[in-house]
Design a protein around this ligand. Structure first.
Ligand code: NDP
Length: 273
């Protein structure tokens, strides 16, 4: 049998990454001859190591924190959605050796919200908490679902306002600071801050949640996340961690590289969430 094609996720730190397990399960399910590993690459080593990886037999890379924006100048071209997002989570080496950056986060979120969890997005009022790289990736895809409105709220309100301006042509988009949210509730609230990573979340007003509100945390953990706990304590209808999005965005990367989209349920059943 030929040597397996090689892929990896690069990040710093990276030891916590579940991507090697997810891609191993995809390869097992589809019978693709490939190997997938996790590489810890610090920001200082990024340029040298990225080119070393891709000339040293890797056919593609996933990119995670903190490199999603910094890899862009090192690539030959971006897909339209990566360009729009200003962030890359998937790199593919073409047969001529050139490198293309893509972003599958938005597709992954929509696949989980709409197709797995059957959450109604058309005409919904949606709030995104956070205005970082993940928010840039998911806003265009969320707007394609034709919500009644999408509000972006962020600790640094200027970043939320900048995103609302960038994407203003896509529909009813507004921006606020966290302290300006007291008077509203939403059908769907998406946490795209990295605030919960240290075990705490900002004091979001409980009034954001009505008994019909569905909450979704992009973060995920084996032990639950602070945002999901907060949402449940305040009486939301349902609250989910981001495991499903993680698996779906990985499936989109796998599809880009191998031209076959794995059955994500096979993996969802084998991971928590
Ligand atoms: P960024 O670093 O680009 O952005 C971080 C965001 O979190 C900013 O809006 C920042 O606000 C906010 N933030 C950070 N700390 C705090 C705090 N203490 N209080 C309030 N706000 C805070 O990260 P990403 O956008 O790339 O990722 C966001 C989260 O989404 C991460 O937890 C990441 O793991 C997760 N993610 C999950 C995916 C999945 O597949 N499930 C895919 C992609 C991301 P400010 O602008 O004010 O600094």
């Amino acid at each position: 049998m030929a040597a397996p094609d090689r892929y990896a996720v690069i990040g710093h730190p990276i030891s916590h990454s579940k991507s090697p397990i997810i891609h191993a399960l995809f390869a097992e399910q589809t019978g693709e001859n490939m190997r997938y590993e996790a590489l810890d690459i610090s920001p200082a080593e990024l340029e040298e190591q990225l080119h070393a990886c891709l000339t040293d037999g890797f056919s593609g890379l996933n990119v995670t924190v903190p490199h999603k924006e910094n890899v862009i100048p090192l690539l030959d071209r971006l897909t339209e959605r990566a360009e729009l997002a200003g962030a890359v989570n998937t790199i593919t080496r073409a047969t001529d050796g050139t490198l293309e950056g893509d972003n599958t986060d938005g597709l992954g979120l929509i696949a989980d919200l709409r197709d797995n969890l059957h959450i109604e997005l058309i005409d919904a009022s949606i709030l995104i908490l956070g205005a970082g790289g993940a928010t840039r990736g998911i806003v265009p895809l969320l707007m394609e679902q034709q919500p009644a409105e999408l509000m972006i709220a962020n600790r640094t309100v200027e970043k939320a306002e900048a995103l609302a301006t960038t994407f203003a042509h896509l529909g009813n988009l507004t921006a606020r600071g966290f302290e300006q949210l007291e008077d509203r509730n939403f059908h769907v609230i998406i946490n795209a801050t990295s605030a919960g990573l240290d075990g705490n979340i900002p004091p979001f007003p409980a009034s954001l949640i009505s008994p019909d509100t569905i909450c979704y945390d992009l973060s995920y953990s084996m032990h639950g996340t602070p945002f999901v706990s907060w949402a449940k304590e305040n009486g939301c209808k349902q609250a989910y961690q981001g495991w499903g999005m993680l698996i779906e965005q990985a499936a989109e990367s796998f599809n880009i590289w191998r031209n076959i989209r794995p059955d994500t349920e096979y993996v969802r059943k084998r991971l928590p969430g």
